[in-house]
Structure formats: C-alpha cells, structure tokens
Write a protein that binds this ligand. Structure first.
Ligand code: ADP
Length: 273
C-alpha cells in the first residue's frame, strides 16, 4: 500500500506577485510503506518544498497529498495528526536544540503530544538508542556535545514522537566523513529495525545507491524518475544530461544490484574494489 501519495501537487511561492515561482509542478508520486527513499536533485529542484508538503507544513497551491489514503488537508484534526505521523528533520537541526539537558530536548515533542511520564521516558530511551547515544548523555547539556552528537540529539527528538514516516533533509550536511557514515548507518539501522518509511534528501549519488531501496530524482520542480537503485542508475546517462554526475562506483553498484546482489555493504565493497 502507498503510505504517501501526491496528486498533481503544485506549489507557487509568492503567488500573484511579480516574484511568483513554481517550486514544484504537477508532482504525482506513490511511495510504498517501508521504503528507504533517497531524494536527489540540484539545489532549487524542489526537494525541500516537496518534503515540507508531506507533513502539511506547506499547503499546496493545487493538488493533493494523501498519507495512509487520507487527504491531509481534509480537516484541521487530520492535519494535526499528520504533523506527528510524518516526522521532519530539517537541515542543520541542531540549531533548534534549546533545552538544558539532552533528555529534556528529546522529551519536548512527546510531552507536547500528551505522552505520560512513563511513555516519555520510554520514548526518550528508545530514540537515544536509535541514534546510538548511551544513557550517560541524558543529563548532559546539548551544547557540550560535538557537532555530530548534537545532530543525533536533534534527530532523536523527532524519532521520539514515533513517526510512521521519517523525512531527513540532508542529514549529513557539514559533517566530516566519519560523522557522515555514523549518521547514515544509524538511519539505515533505524529503517531496518522499525520497518518505517524513511525519506533521505541527499546530494550524494553514492550514499543514495548504498543505503536506499528507491530513488526519487527531482529536476526543475518535477519528478524526473522514481524507481529502484538499479532502475534509476541504469539511466545514469540521462541523469547526467540533466547535469547531475553519477560516479563510476554508483553505476557499478546499480549494475551489481541488477544482477541480483542484495543491496548493502557487500555490494558496495565489491563496487568500490
Ligand atoms: P531544493 O530543496 O531542491 O534546493 P527548494 O524546494 O528549496 O529546492 O526550492 C525550489 C525553488 O523554489 C527554487 O527556485 C527556490 O529558489 C524557490 N524557493 C524556495 N523557497 C522559497 C521561498 N520561501 N520563497 C520564494 N522562493 C522559494
């Protein structure tokens, strides 16, 4: 079943002004439950605009968004529920940390959702485990942590609300290679353990090929393609024609996936070699 569906989704910024701009145009998508979807495209191709519609943060100029077959703008109650069902982690989410301890920061969302003390405690423990932070971090100030750790706290704050869909906008931006690998492995483990739907906006073809089950390529506000890693990168030459470069390792990776190798670390190692 499609957990996310969009129909003719269009968004104009500054509608009716001289600055009117169609950021996304006639986007028709169906994303099945449980996929880990990589979202790629140039800066300005509409990725952020699209994902902000999926939890109702932006209202379409025209078209519809369905989560679990329900139009999220049908009424205010559904819209409120959607905001928690679809968790959105913004770029550089650590700038939104504000509480004096890690546990208070992660508990903020569940508290607002009306979880009981016990449920809050359980949600915080679960979210910290998902992002690989041990209990010793609970009482620390988020501001004493490293950049990568702060980001993990911020991601945990969204996971703690138990979203059915987790969307992350460039979660590795600004991190060093080790920090990037840590975050991507945590997201991949979270996806495997929770069997939730995850959307990962990324600039890296390699990361998308390595970690994701499906790839959505956006171009100039429209869907260029949506399919498996193998399907997507079998069109590597077409993707390069829209100005995105597809590294050799990504092409090899997708070929191996096509030959029936299980996507994952093993295929990646072969492709790398
Ligand atoms: P991406 O996430 O792929 O970089 P965006 O969704 O941020 O793309 O942007 C798509 C288009 O919409 C771009 O042309 C961008 O300049 C424009 N845009 C984005 N946000 C705004 C805004 N708040 N006001 C006006 N135009 C915007």
């Amino acid at each position: 079943m499609a957990i996310i569906k969009t129909e003719h989704l269009t968004h104009l910024y500054g509608k009716g002004t001289p600055f009117e701009k169609a950021a996304i145009h006639d986007v028709n998508l169906e994303i099945e439950e449980g996929e880990l979807v990589g979202v790629i495209g140039h800066t300005g191709s509409g990725k952020s605009t699209l994902i902000q519609h999926l939890n109702g943060l932006l209202k379409p100029t025209s078209g519809h968004i369905y989560i679990d077959d329900t139009d999220i703008f049908e009424n205010t109650q559904i819209l409120q529920k959607t905001r928690f069902k679809v968790g959105l982690v913004f770029q550089y989410p650590e700038y939104q940390l504000f509480e004096e301890t890690v546990e208070k920061d992660i508990a903020f969302g569940p508290k607002n959702l009306g979880f009981t003390e016990e449920q809050i405690n359980e949600a915080v423990s679960h979210a910290m485990e998902c992002v690989g932070l041990s209990d010793k971090f609970r009482k620390k100030s988020p501001f004493e942590l490293s950049g990568g750790q702060k980001r993990r706290v911020a991601i945990a704050g969204v996971i703690a609300m138990r979203p059915k869909v987790l969307i992350l906008d460039e979660p590795t931006a600004g991190l060093d290679p080790k920090g990037r690998d840590t975050i991507l492995n945590l997201i991949s483990d979270y996806h495997r353990a929770e069997k939730n739907t995850v959307l990962l906006v990324s600039h890296s073809m390699e990361d998308v090929a390595r970690y994701c089950s499906k790839v959505l390529v956006m171009n100039q506000g429209s869907v260029f393609s949506y399919g498996t890693v193998a399907e997507t990168f079998s069109r590597a030459d077409e993707i390069e024609q829209i100005g995105l470069s597809v590294p050799q390792v990504t092409r090899l990776f997708s070929l191996l996936s096509k030959e029936g190798f299980e996507a994952g670390e093993e295929v990646y190692t072969i492709a790398r070699a």
